[in-house]
Ligand binder design. Structure first.
Ligand SMILES: NC(=O)c1ccc[n+]([C@@H]2O[C@H](COP(=O)([O-])OP(=O)(O)OC[C@H]3O[C@@H](n4cnc5c(N)ncnc54)[C@H](OP(=O)(O)O)[C@@H]3O)[C@@H](O)[C@H]2O)c1
Length: 300
């Protein structure tokens, strides 16, 4: 299987590019998806067996003031990719988000639950889902949540950066979700692409997020435990940390259909966090400040 990825240096795209099945990962420089005809030209050039769209406008707060730009990529480009794939009979795996939901209640969101995004980013991703479905080719829309990796911007890296100068942090305790390692998403996307190629009837909308679910404050505590950083966390309500875009309180995703149809179990994010911290230590080289837990214990 030869897979073309849209996205290059992003969290999921970087992980996808490590796999031998991925023939190219196209970022903005190689293929600016906001340009008319860009997706079509790239797919015509690379002639892949399957396409994974890991390109997106992911700056949630900035989307509030740049909704047109967020829509151009998350909806317009997603539609362009989906139509180009459908026209050629190429299966598409398209990534989406828990932010399409309002985040009410405490039950995990089923894939068929009614979306009601709280902000511009969620609206743009929902419009992208609709365009992918309307293109009517073999596709999987895979909604994920709370993505983290050693690349790009994410909560793990933000917490580690703050720990350089702070030993106490206030972190939101009333938003609940499943942190999801980008490498596990990449593996899931590739497995789904292969299965969709063989069985296009698996087309549909699915969920994939890490387990067990917890709050951002709980996630921060585990990050500092694994990284052996002495930072104390005070849990606060999201209302005490206002942001331009409102975040869902309940980001739990029901992933049972993904396991039943594709045989993909939810990844344990605690193991993924260990891999990310190890990756960051390698990036930092000798003398870095992120020590794994067992090294920290040895020094006591
Ligand atoms: N991050 C999260 O917590 C989260 C949560 C739920 C769902 N998701 C979804 O998961 C997917 C992957 O997210 P991620 O965190 O890996 O994203 P990311 O790290 O922000 O990467 C975004 C990617 O989009 C590409 N891109 C941006 N503008 C582009 C343009 N004009 N033309 C072509 N490519 C462009 C970037 O290209 P370059 O390589 O050139 O920079 C980059 O590779 C997205 O669909 C996102 O909505 C993410």
């Amino acid at each position: 299987m030869r897979v073309l990825v849209f996205g290059h240096s992003g969290q999921v795209a970087s992980e996808l590019r490590r796999d031998a099945r991925v023939i190219a990962g196209l970022g903005r420089a190689a293929c600016d998806l906001t340009q008319p005809g860009a997706a079509e030209a790239a797919i015509a050039q690379h002639r892949p067996d399957a396409v994974i769209n890991a390109a997106a406008w992911t700056a949630v707060d900035e989307a509030e003031t740049h909704e047109t730009a967020a829509f151009a990529l998350n909806a317009g480009a997603a539609g362009d990719i989906a139509r180009a794939c459908a026209g050629r009979g190429i299966p598409l795996v398209h990534l989406s988000t828990d932010y399409v939901f309002a985040g009410t209640g405490t039950a995990p969101w089923q894939p068929e639950a009614k979306p009601a995004p709280l902000g511009a980013y969620g609206r743009s991703k929902l419009a992208g889902e609709e365009q992918v479905r309307a293109a009517a080719g073999a596709h999987v829309i895979l909604r994920t949540a709370w993505v983290f990796s050693a690349h790009g911007r994410n909560f793990v890296k933000t917490m580690l950066r703050l720990a350089e100068t702070r030993d106490k942090l206030d972190v939101v305790e009333d938003q609940i979700g499943g942190p999801t390692p980008a490498d596990a998403i990449a593996e899931a996307c590739l497995s789904i692409a292969g299965q969709l190629l063989a069985a296009p009837e698996k087309t549909g909308t699915y969920h994939f997020s890490g387990a067990p679910e917890l709050s951002w404050a709980g996630f921060a505590r585990e990050i500092f435990k694994q990284a052996d950083k002495p930072v104390s966390i005070t849990g606060i309500p999201g209302s005490a940390y206002p942001t331009p875009a409102q975040r869902p309180l309940n980001s739990r995703l029901d992933c049972q259909q993904t396991e039943a149809v594709f045989g993909l179990a939810r990844p344990d994010w605690r193991a993924g966090l260990g891999r990310v911290l190890a990756g960051l230590r390698r990036q930092a080289g000798p003398g870095n400040h992120i020590r794994p837990q067992h090294e920290g214990k040895k020094q006591q």
